[in-house]
Design a protein around this ligand. Sequence first.
Ligand SMILES: NC(=O)C1=CN([C@@H]2O[C@H](COP(=O)(O)OP(=O)(O)OC[C@H]3O[C@@H](n4cnc5c(N)ncnc54)[C@H](O)[C@@H]3O)[C@@H](O)[C@H]2O)C=CC1
Ligand SMILES: O=Cc1ccc(S(=O)(=O)O)cc1
Length: 493
Amino acid sequence: MNSSIIEPLRSAGRLHRVFIDGEWVVPQSQVRASVIDPSTEEPIADIALGDAQDVDAAVAAARRAFTAWSASAAESRAVLLDRVHTLILERAELFAQAISLEMGAAIGFARSTQVPVAAEHIRVARDNARSYAFVTHRGDMAIVREAIGVCGLITPWNWPLYQITAKVGPALAAGCTVVLKPSEQSPLSALLFAELMQDAGTPSGVFNLVGGNGPEVGAALSAHPDVDMISITGSTRAGVLVAQAAAPTVKRVAQELGGKSPNLILPDADLARAVPAGVAAAFRNVGQSCSAPTRMIVPRARLQEVERIARDAASSFVVGDPRLQQTTHGPVANRAQFDRVQEMIGVGIAEGAQLVCGGLGRPEGLSRGFYCRATIFTAVHSRMQIAQEEIFGPVLAIIPYDNVDEAVEIANDTVYGLGAHVQGQDLVAARAVAARIRSGQVHINYPAWNPHAPFGGYKRSGNGREYGIEGLEEYLETKAILGFQDASAARSG
Ligand SMILES: NC(=O)C1=CN([C@@H]2O[C@H](COP(=O)(O)OP(=O)(O)OC[C@H]3O[C@@H](n4cnc5c(N)ncnc54)[C@H](O)[C@@H]3O)[C@@H](O)[C@H]2O)C=CC1
Ligand SMILES: O=Cc1ccc(S(=O)(=O)O)cc1
């Protein structure tokens, strides 16, 4: 599988290029980095890292392209997004293999979920470009929503294509031009995406890609005086650094950052349904999702029942080689994540939480690769480190409560506020609890993923919203034209 992904990229020279102004160009810096296969810990390719000079060139190209792109008809932007959407679906297998290789997603999961949900962001952006009222009228005013400008997009490795499309789709639909800096840990799917943007006929300079490290390329993009907006998905640490670097130029900053999402199981919940689905959600993508519901908050009177069901649910996981179709959970994405997960499992044990399953070390039979054991702790107290810190791996904390007020208090007892779940048969009671939770999304009884639902954080989980109409609006400025008078003269788009 390696060669079928790497060789075409290598022979086309993509691994050692950045994509600027519609061309694959050699970056200024000679610095290279290894891409590591997390299932073997072996290097599989080396990639060129861009630097601040490449950022300057990419931003200049995006600025030149902005005038025409932002003035283009929304329908022509929708037509481009439609081609991008079609090409993602046509190349789905290539993307699935690249994602599996670079960050260890099980191939079945990459095919069934990582790639299709990524394509959805482009489809929604296409539809929004067509239907959004870019110009509205209030009395004699015209209210114009227009593209904010050149956008720097900084993305992580956990859902590599999805995080890219969640930003590129709405930015282009809005009429912005972009410089993408994908994670240096997951460059392959990003290079394939840039190739796809070129093949889709994206006008030169509208989409640019500069690969490289956060402190070099990400920081240069964040501080750049000719970038109007930065959108970052990643750790709260990186999000704060981006906001600090961006502050002197007063650019807009959208941050989609960490999480420690609660899954509040109400006393009337059907445990046979609520608990396995909660375990599956917490361990989806091997726990490497910012909105993963990693704190299961359960009635103390039903704790033992919950523990038994949760253990059974986790025992059905097949942890192993991500290339195999039967594998449900591959390794975590990199050495830093592996070390972090091991450290936090050790912390949980030291804090006195009890293991329901899993624990330190690799699963039996796996001696190399960044594989972790699916680990569930019970008797966790909300103030424990494992209940407070984002672990970003296959670790779930079960926290008991004695009454619903206490359960809500525990759910909100976090610096984060990204996702949340509530389970219960009495929908009125579940809605009342959802209303009391301080987070950007609350899911009642596991509804299907919805690309139209605005997604983003309260508190230290970030600022701004992605997905759906709100995701498009992040990339728009608001201009009020007073004395406009004649509404019939307005053109939309
Ligand atoms: N919210 C989310 O979806 C994600 C959260 N994380 C969290 O972050 C932890 C560490 O993972 P990392 O790979 O180190 O994430 P990170 O936050 O360092 O990386 C995310 C993106 O930010 C960039 N970046 C890093 N430092 C930057 C800086 N100073 N200026 C501009 N851009 C910068 C990176 O190059 C990457 O493109 C994880 O354990 C997890 O807790 C990681 C990935 C995704
Ligand atoms: O289902 C797709 C999905 C949902 C959330 C996230 S994350 O929380 O941004 O990691 C990723 C993918």
